[in-house]
Write a protein that binds this ligand. Sequence first.
Ligand SMILES: *[C@@H]1O[C@H](CO)[C@@H](O)[C@H](O)[C@H]1NC(C)=O
Ligand SMILES: *[C@@H]1O[C@H](CO)[C@@H](O)[C@H](O)[C@H]1NC(C)=O
Ligand SMILES: *[C@@H]1O[C@H](CO)[C@@H](O)[C@H](O)[C@H]1NC(C)=O
Ligand SMILES: *[C@@H]1O[C@H](CO)[C@@H](O)[C@H](O)[C@H]1NC(C)=O
Length: 401
Amino acid sequence: MKLSTYGALLFLSVAGTTFLRAMADCAWDKDTEFPAPYPPLLFSVAAERTVLPVLEGGNRVVKLTEGEEVIAACPGTTIDALGLEAVTATCSSNTLLIDAQDWNMTELGCTSRPKESLQKNLGPCGTGGDMHQIGFDVLGYGFYSTITVCFDPIFETNLFSYHIVRGENIAARDPNPSTPSVKSDTGFFTVSANTCYMQASQITLMETILGDSSVINVNQSLYFARNLLATGTDFVTEQEQDAGYYYINAAPLWQTINNGNWKYLESSVRDMAAAHGSDIAVWCGGWDVLQLDDVNGNPVDIFLGLTQNETVIPAPDVLWKVVFDPSSNEAAAIVGVNNPYLKIVAPLLCPGGSICDQLTWLHGINYSDYEAGAIYCCTVQDLATAIPNVPDLGSAGLLTA
Ligand SMILES: *[C@@H]1O[C@H](CO)[C@@H](O)[C@H](O)[C@H]1NC(C)=O
Ligand SMILES: *[C@@H]1O[C@H](CO)[C@@H](O)[C@H](O)[C@H]1NC(C)=O
Ligand SMILES: *[C@@H]1O[C@H](CO)[C@@H](O)[C@H](O)[C@H]1NC(C)=O
Ligand SMILES: *[C@@H]1O[C@H](CO)[C@@H](O)[C@H](O)[C@H]1NC(C)=O
């Protein structure tokens, strides 16, 4: 028997721990061995990402190897016991060594809920957009971006959001029963986005621009929801899930679709990422402006901003999503049509026709239920011919499984 194995066995019998852990490594159950209610975020400087739990036999376990360095951080607040926003900590036999002192993970809770921040105007992107990032400002680490937003300042609309689904960790994501309200921040909108999205505003607006408000029927989920393009549930920690609740990361999507086929598309992406066990890059944006017929049968562009007389915050005609696995160089594009009243879906934005039947990882979608959202699929290259904001992924193959 090798000495290291002997040591590990000895440790197990002595400590009687729940997890199989090497003698000097660290492993904490995210549900029982992390401080509550405000755990710190852990950043690995070497890996340039947050340290996230993995699912092990039903437990959500955060692991570090002996000697591994992390930055424990409570962005925007402090680690309560230390009065510091962030500290460098080194894993040593299930404790964290901070300035030559041992700390138990449970002792490193934040004083209050850690806060995300924005980095604005980072340069041009897409079709006339400005790039912004949502993430965490971490002392000793820098800005950790969770979402890149490409935002059109003229029509005050998201052109696309970019984020990564951590396939190794997504199955161990934090349950997050209370999500925050969507924030406007400053400098993005000439209207109150919050007012424009209100259901009562939508009813009044349709009366004004269509001459009839019956397209909005709240009881039947026929109203525009604030759909997050980089969706919160694609992130692992509660803090990262909550970070993206900004109107620049949102688009008006009919609630029947938001809670219908689009929801199944989103869960399909997470399940696919988990099955791959790798990082999946996701781009998601709106394209073009939804038109609805007024009482005279004339098509009218739907801008929620017209609630305050501004031609801003369009309801997109479609939402598109591109998923890309860099480890296999495979990608696929999915289009969701933002019109529950549609009778036929034509023409498709990809000239090659829909290829959803080849994407075996898609599940739960009812392709004939247009009220739940018509969905079709394209190669990324095919969709890029119609939507210039679709990323150029070169000759990436089709992500079929
Ligand atoms: C950490 O604190 C918890 C709760 O006080 C305790 O159960 C656990 O044994 C401690 N772990 C270590 C390694 O000291
Ligand atoms: C929606 O439901 C409420 C409560 O049941 C009802 O009072 C209202 O009339 C309904 N509205 C429509 C448009 O059906
Ligand atoms: C919007 O424009 C209409 C018509 O010009 C005007 O009657 C109304 O007062 C305006 N509303 C706002 C909120 O500015
Ligand atoms: C799919 O949607 C259609 C149209 O709403 C409906 O008739 C059908 O029952 C649905 N299929 C399933 C499997 O739910």
